[in-house]
Design a protein around this ligand. Structure first.
Ligand code: ACO
Length: 428
């Protein structure tokens, strides 16, 4: 395969280098295109643009493959733990026992948040979305932990990374507790990462939370599945914000903002709401019809993906975890699950969905699972963000050790007015 290609513009032949990755499509390096031709490339939505080089995560959307640092997502979900996966994503290798103990102890060491952070929550309306609270409090960490905010110092980067992995679940549980009017529960460092999160969400001072192993194991899987997904909208947002060398907490808070939308991390909430709205198996054909109608902007939430044009490999693991949780909690006859199963069956056999390669994505089953665990829909995206914090941090760390890293500054195709004379207000 060639290592260069040519572009002919205005009678001039321009050579463009081709860069090859380990696997996956090669890229045409257009960095010097403007300098050599006076032209930019145009790619709204970045459908054909690689914004960076990365060795963290690989997706083959046609085959339905997802690898973290070369390991298949299915294997990691089956055999690993969330903290081990966090170590892998950030450091590039699975930890041996000593390294794992050092890492998990360090995370436990940071699970508490500054006591004054509690008072932030009192400023929010009780009914406010917990994700709205998260954007604010994660960004506000920069006002508390300025001693680890020098992004050019690898040691400070490590400390702030560990602080965020440890504190984001505590902040998320606090947002939930605040929204339901219950007192905050301090972390319990005798518990695993996921058990501790469940404890902070569901314990009350009067009653200890009894850990259900099936539920905490399923949460471990859910967190692993959501931990990273290469240059998605929120990770790209983190990279873009971080390219200005802003402090780490501000960059990660930008990731929270981008993740919240229903086309990204908010889709699991939207998927569950949609399943509830469909309500019964008999109403499915009406909704399938709406989804196929080009004049109706209704979409089957939890279906389709920008990259996967095959079954999302995470959706398969998620489906299994969903059954396990519903089984363990005695909720297998759940009406929403029945609607989901039937909807999936009908859509997978429908020409519209087959031709457009629309398969269930991870969000289709995660909402049902989290709901069965006791989380309200508005917490789904918060849980997604807790897990994805690890991926954002891995990409954020990688950026700073990449010699190609520079301020991200896309260009545009300007279609506005050309220079014109200012007209005084009384003459307009
Ligand atoms: N239901 C019905 N039709 C759909 C759906 C859907 N869920 N998704 C895409 N289509 C159709 C579009 O109408 C479009 O049809 P057209 O070619 O006739 O205009 C075609 O499929 C392609 O859709 P695009 O929006 O151009 O594809 P894109 O790659 O931009 O969309 C997206 C990806 C945004 C995820 C889309 O499939 C969608 O809106 N899905 C529902 C929301 C969702 O589940 N998001 C979660 C994504 S996973 C995640 O972030 C973790």
């Amino acid at each position: 395969m060639s290592d260069k290609c040519y572009l002919e513009i205005d009678g001039k032949k321009i050579e463009l280098p081709i860069k090859k990755g380990t696997v996956g499509p090669s890229v045409i390096d257009v960095r010097d295109l403007y300098k050599n031709s006076g032209y930019f490339t145009f790619d709204p939505g970045f459908t054909s643009t690689a914004s960076c080089q990365s060795d963290i995560c690989y997706i083959d959307g046609d085959k339905g493959v997802l690898l973290y640092r070369g390991y298949e997502i299915e294997k990691l979900a089956e055999k690993s733990s969330f903290l081990e996966v966090a170590y892998l994503l950030i450091n590039g290798e699975l930890p041996n026992k000593d390294k794992y103990i050092e890492f998990s102890d360090a995370i436990k060491n940071h699970t508490m948040v500054h006591e004054q952070i509690r008072s932030f929550y009192n400023g929010f309306r009780r009914g406010g979305h917990p994700m709205a609270m998260m954007l604010a409090v994660v960004g506000a960490l920069s006002a508390f932990y300025a001693d680890s905010s020098n992004v050019n110092d690898p040691k400070e980067r490590e400390i702030s990374s560990r602080r965020m992995i440890a504190k984001v679940p505590t902040l998320a549980a606090m947002a939930y507790k605040y929204s339901i009017g219950q007192p905050f529960i301090y972390p319990d460092n005798d518990l695993s990462y996921c058990e501790n999160f469940l404890h902070m969400c569901f314990a009350v001072p009067a009653t200890k939370y009894k850990i259900n192993k099936s539920v905490s194991n399923a949460l471990e899987k859910i967190f692993i599945l959501h931990a990273d997904h290469e240059q998605n909208a929120s990770t790209s947002t983190v990279r873009l914000a971080a390219s200005s060398a802003v402090n780490p907490f501000a960059s990660i808070s930008a990731g929270f903002s981008a993740l919240w939308g229903p086309l990204h991390g908010g889709a699991n909430e939207a998927a569950l709401n949609m399943l509830k709205k469909i309500g019964s198996v008999k109403n499915i054909p009406e909704y399938i019809k709406k989804a196929k109608d080009p004049n109706d902007n209704f979409r089957l939430m939890g279906f389709g993906h920008r990259v996967y044009k095959s079954y999302d490999p995470r959706a398969k693991v998620m489906q299994k975890a969903c059954y396990e949780v519903l089984d363990a909690l005695g909720k297998k006859n759940d009406e929403v699950l029945k609607v989901a199963l039937e909807l999936e069956k009908i859509a997978l056999n429908d020409d519209y969905f087959i031709q457009k390669k629309l398969y269930p994505n991870i969000d289709f089953y995660s909402g049902i699972t989290l709901s069965a665990m006791g989380f309200p829909p508005e917490m789904f995206v918060v849980l997604f963000a807790v897990a994805r914090t690890v991926g954002w941090i891995a990409h954020w760390s990688e950026m700073y050790s990449d010699p190609l890293n520079k301020l991200n500054r896309p260009r545009q195709l300007y279609i506005g007015k050309n220079k014109r004379e200012f007209v005084d207000q009384d003459k307009r």
